[in-house]
Write a protein that binds this ligand. Sequence first.
Ligand code: GCW
Length: 728
Amino acid sequence: MKKLLLLAVCCIAISYCYAEDGYRLWLRYDKISNATIRQHYFQRLGSIHLPGNSATITLVKKELTTALSGLLANNIQFNQQGNFIVGTPSHIPEIKRYINNENLLALGSEGYMILAKKMNGNPHIIITANTDVALLYGVFNLIRLVQTNQSIDQLSITSIPKYKNRILNHWDNINRSVERGYAGISIWDWHKLPDYIDQRYIDYARANASIGINGTVLTNVNANAQFLTPVYLKKTAALADVFRPYGIKVYLTARFSAPIEIGGLKTADPLDADVQQWWKNKAKEIYQYIPDFGGFLVKANSEGQPGPQNYGRTHADGANMLADALAPFNGLVMWRAFVYDVRVQKANENFDSSSTVDHNAGDIASNDRFKQAYSEFKPLDGKFRNNVILQVKNGPIDFQPREPFSPLFGAMKATPLMMEFQVTQEYLGQATHLVFLPTLYKEILDADTYSNGKGSFVKEQLNGIAGVANIGNDRNWTGHPFHQSNWYGFGRLAWDPDLSSNTIAAEWIAQTFSNEAPFISTVTQMMLSSRETLVNYMTPLGLHHIMGNGHHYGPAPWSNNAPRADWNPVYYHKADKYGIGFNRTTSGTNALNQYAAQVRQQWEDSNSCSDEYILWFHHISWNHKMRSGKTLWEELCYRYNLGVDSVKAMQQQWNSVKKLVDEERSNQVTMLLNIQLKEAKWWRDACLSYFSSIAQLPIPPKYEQPEYSLEYYKSLQFPFAPGIGGHN
Ligand code: GCW
């Protein structure tokens, strides 16, 4: 009996250890099944020369040991004769005999080279760089090549990040809730910090370093001034200590009214000498705790957050005050351009109407939130200190499934810009929809602003990229196993925006699931088409912002009772008996005028504007002839149904290959795809029922008809949907 019990315990323990719970992300180092391949890698990589003893070199050694001994199932050795050489030229001066000095200098502080070279007649693999952190990046690249079974015999890689700032933004609150987070609570356990260092912090840093992310904003942009008090600075310092050897800097969000809330001042006016001094002292204090503190991210005068406009000052006044405080320590201010009219905001009960509002937003008169960011920031171009970077969301409204690029890209010629993407899927199915976001990111990065003639791509106008994280304390970090690919893809594109979505998907699949070719090709197809599929069943043809109010979960195109007009779906689709869409041409709000002439031309005529953007810019009749020859109404019905059918196709694809992966994740994805199909139908049926009632046109009988009445869809309530903010 005892023996049996022991056996049972062992079995449970073994199955627990080997269950694929997703915690390892893409850093899975299981034995490569093919012995010949293993042997080949072992000959090249099994004996390593890795001099140095910095904290980072110690990590490099540990990562190489875990990765290679796992993948190659053999004992790795470190010795000076090793034919796998990892080191900076200062550690290994011999490297300079093989690599030209100019090429080495061009690597800067983060770039690296991986080369297969004959040294003294023998084949060697060399990873070199100018800093230890860059060596770590190179080592992760090499590990990826092994994980994905690539040949390493002819390696000649030079990799330098395109952007200096590659940063995750956590919208994590002090009570561990995560605004727009769908993967559990925050991984930052503020209560137990600074004394308790969760293993997650280390694995978080490893994962980020493996894809080149070099900064993290720990706290929500809807900020809490408490994070700037000594108690919390000590906690942040403990995290900074963990992240430092991985090349990751920490940043905090700065609440603009902190001088009042924690400093005892009467004002937070950026031109007030006491306020300026308060921030200078605060910066000095922060750098005593965290000598390499990255700086502040600020949301000001947006959605109820305080800011310089409360005192009749401009965004530049506010940003420059913080920049001056951080400048002596080389800190950066990332000032967000996600703003919309305070005058409208006065109608919102959450807004502090006692504050003085005197701001010059320019032509918001025609009442189009699309125009707000440009109207406020364009006049300030060139007025920011050089340690300020403007962080602009990818589109003019708010992380919708499809948006045109923000007109600020290309327009701010004298101000450094940073892209803000959302990795968390606030508007893209939240916790349960499989959507691969790199295709969305690339659509924006590759868009041509024509700001300096043809070929002025968005990606060429950036100094950094930020991604709103989708990470929580769920065992697998992101909830949906496929949402890991968006964290991964975000990091890879922040390093190299020229990578293709296909490459990113395929390498992620191989590292995360399986190297089997049929699995990779089928799942790559699922991922690459997933975003267009979602656009079709949620917001086809340029519809936007038609989701439920507050929680943003599910469809609510009928919704019209929010305290601000521009929080209501009806404001965005403007459906009426005649037609649908937002006229942003010269006969409408003229938002198109914020773009360069060539971009404007591309979209200003409803007969030539592409289907993707047509309802972003035009209010057109239900009978409008689309490119396909269908009427707009027919096209809308077709797209919604295409979206649903495409989810069914994804299910079939998954079913055809799921046996090639572990049961645990295979079942999770199957269940999630079932939810996705259910919700895709919900979106289709609710939206088409509603638009059909406005257009007074029936859904063609060839399509599946809505399962429930419009009243039923309208009646659905989700008071406990996850991710709602306001608990900061
Ligand atoms: O999309 C909206 C979100 C808010 C968020 C805001 C922002 C952090 O619904 O939750 O607040 O954007 O980006 O500031």
